[in-house]
Design a protein around this ligand. Structure first.
Ligand code: NAP
Length: 457
């Protein structure tokens, strides 16, 4: 089947691809399995230099690959370049730390020796989204490969160019053949792969709906699965926060990739005594952002990924306005070519509004006014999601205390949510299961093996 990729800034078709035949996908999977037999024999320390080289390759090609990201999914060129650089840095962090993180552990029990070892599983399939085409794919692949697995990438179809560029990065870094491969299968072939004896685990980053499907398929075949799904992160402003600082953080947190990030701040929960001041400053800053051609270095806000997603934003906002929400800035798509939506701040929101209950994948920021800290926590937790979140306060101990009560995988005090290879990342509730990054991510696709030694006689 032929499909095409479209530049969301212009609406123009940029490339056409063919879905791979099932036989071709199976042959690549078999080659990945054969590569595993050799790759697994290397020590982690022997694998690490490949990842240092990968970081160098990523940096050497940063300009070209950043441009490809921007043309395929519409984030600004500055964001795309930062994404490639972050991948290079993450590869270096893992190359440096993985051997230590995967070292055997000695446990004291009733025998002579009790050793815990971490051994690779085999071929791991990753199914990835378009919003961070390099980061999401490599955030999974780097630790998984360092642990000794091999990997197949099925990327979102609108970033197929990025998928092949990532495969090229591994080739240029001189990884052994077939340790990392990109495949372009249809959905049925993905299901068959998950059920096959070749694939030993699945990592999906994407929507909750697709997460349920892939998770169910993996469960049916008893395959290890990690699911990184949607979010509606709370951004809690307490009455003792530095309001200007918090408003700037709100802009940065909401507007990453034009609001199309799983960990974008999505619900702005503000104590009533500072709500008016915060809302005014937040709307003022959002209104100043420069939206336009994402390849222009001066542009601060790029595009929405496609017409369908743009229409969804319009519908979510229209329902809120119908129920009494007030738009403080923005609120409309930009007329003309491309898929642009104005940075938007909304107040007078209620719990029935879709912009509060659903994941809003774009630059709409609903402000929810609450009377005190405990109501803020209750509202933050009244969500089907539990991915990230942030708390803004001058009292750091209070910030940590509130963070402990928010049902989420990652919390920040006085910063918007971001990922870091040294810290675990992942969600609870409908935001998914399992963890990526840090030593926790490294150990998701390993056989945690106990070797118990007793004396003879
Ligand atoms: P998506 O529609 O769920 O797609 C994700 C991946 O699944 C794509 O590769 C897609 O391929 C594939 N897919 C879709 N339907 C499938 C099916 N029936 N069977 C097998 N594979 C299928 O998500 P998206 O629109 O790309 O990404 C946005 C979502 O991802 C948001 O909800 C966002 O919050 C979430 N996300 C989560 C994280 C996290 O770390 N938690 C990070 C980034 C994004 P096709 O493109 O070919 O359909």
């Amino acid at each position: 089947m032929e499909f095409q990729t479209v530049n969301p800034a212009t609406g123009e078709v940029t490339a056409r691809y063919l879905t791979m035949e099932t036989g071709e996908v199976n042959a690549i999977a078999a080659a990945s399995d054969r590569a595993f037999r050799h790759w697994r024999k290397l020590t982690v320390a022997e694998r690490a230099p490949f990842f240092i080289k990968l970081a160098t390759v990523l940096r050497e090609h940063a300009d070209a690959w950043a441009r490809l990201i921007t043309v395929e999914m519409g984030k600004t060129i500055g964001e795309s370049r930062a994404e490639v650089e972050k991948c290079a840095w993450m590869a270096e962090v893992y190359a440096d730390k993985a051997a230590g993180w995967l070292q055997d552990e000695e446990v004291v029990a009733d025998g002579q020796r009790h050793i815990v070892t971490f051994e690779p599983l085999g071929v791991i399939l990753s199914v990835m989204p378009w919003n961070y085409p390099f980061w999401q794919a490599l955030r999974f692949a780097v630790p998984s490969l360092l642990a000794g697995n091999t990997s197949l990438l099925k990327h979102a179809s609108n970033v197929t160019g990025c998928a092949f560029a990532i495969e090229e990065a591994f080739r240029l870094a001189e990884f052994p053949e077939n340790v990392f491969r990109t495949i372009v299968p249809d959905y049925e072939t993905i299901s068959d792969l998950i059920a096959s004896d070749v694939v030993q685990g699945v990592s999906l980053t994407g929507s909750t709906e697709v997460g349920r499907k892939i998770g169910a398929e993996a469960g049916r075949s008893l395959k290890k699965v990690v699911l990184e799904l949607g979010g509606s992160d709370p951004f809690i402003v307490l009455e003792d926060a530095d309001i200007d600082f918090a408003a700037r953080g709100a802009v940065a947190g909401r507007m990453v990739a034009a609001g199309q990030s799983c960990i974008a701040s999505k619900r702005f929960i503000v104590i009533e005594s500072v709500a008016e001041q915060f809302a005014a400053r937040f709307a003022e800053l959002m209104g100043e952002l420069k939206m336009g051609d994402p390849l222009d270095e001066q542009t601060q806000v790029g595009t929405i990924v496609n017409e369908f997603a743009l229409k969804e934003l319009e519908d979510q906002l229209a329902q809120a306005v119908e129920l009494g929400a007030r738009v403080l800035c923005g609120g409309k798509r930009r007329p003309g070519k491309g898929f642009f939506f104005e940075p938007t701040v909304v107040i007078d929101t209620t719990a029935e509004m879709r912009i509060v209950t659903e994941e809003v994948f774009g630059p709409i920021a609903p402000i929810i006014v609450v009377k005190d800290e405990s109501e803020a926590i209750a509202v933050a937790n009244a969500s089907e999601f539990g991915l990230g979140g942030s708390i803004w306060t001058r009292d750091l101990d209070r910030g940590v205390a509130v963070a402990r009560q928010v049902e989420s995988g990652t919390l920040f005090v006085n910063s918007f949510t971001k990922s870091d290879p040294r810290m675990p990342f992942g969600g609870i509730k409908n935001s998914g299961l399992g963890r990526e990054l840090s030593h926790f991510g490294l150990k998701e696709f390993v056989n945690i093996k106990g070797v118990n030694v007793y004396g003879h006689g």
